[in-house]
Write a protein of this length. Structure first.
Length: 150
């Protein structure tokens, strides 16, 4: 069996495998999917918060606010895991640990590259949407101070 076609874990790479000269990108895909899911949940929580403000339900507002804080913790953990996966992957493909993911994707199989680009773009879009949504909710709260007075 040719070593190029063998399955192995390179030195320094936790779980990054070489398959036919291309690296296994499953950990990167999973990390991006997890982050995407958590940002989607944050967006849902902002929707709940907005409803609580509009309906003038302080208890629901407080519950949503607490859930948003917890969700930021979950997002931070996902981000840290993604960054660790990127560093590990960069080392496995012979790049510096601070290499941006976009520059590493060429080391993945052709079949998964579009998925990685799409996941990265969607995470970026959701980050912007959640930031805008947070600003909108802050402006809404300014109009209904009695809801957030607790």
């Amino acid at each position: 069996m040719n070593s190029r076609n063998s399955l192995r874990t390179p030195k320094g790479g936790r779980g990054s495998r070489i398959i036919s000269g291309e690296y296994d990108c499953d950990n990167l895909i999973e990390a991006l999917r997890n982050e995407l899911q958590e940002y989607g949940e944050l967006l849902n929580l902002y929707n709940e918060q907005e409803s609580a403000v509009i309906e003038r339900k302080p208890n629901l507002f407080l519950a949503a606010r607490e859930a948003i804080v917890l969700q930021f913790d979950a997002i931070n953990k996902c981000r840290i895991r993604r960054e660790e996966n990127i560093k590990d992957f960069a080392k496995a493909v012979g790049q510096t640990p601070d290499s941006p993911l976009r520059g590493l994707i060429d080391s993945c199989a052709d079949a998964v590259r579009p998925l990685l680009y799409a996941l990265m773009d969607e995470v970026s879009r959701l980050i912007l949407r959640t930031k805008r949504r947070a600003q909108q909710n802050q402006m809404l709260l300014a109009r209904f101070p009695e809801v957030s007075a607790f």
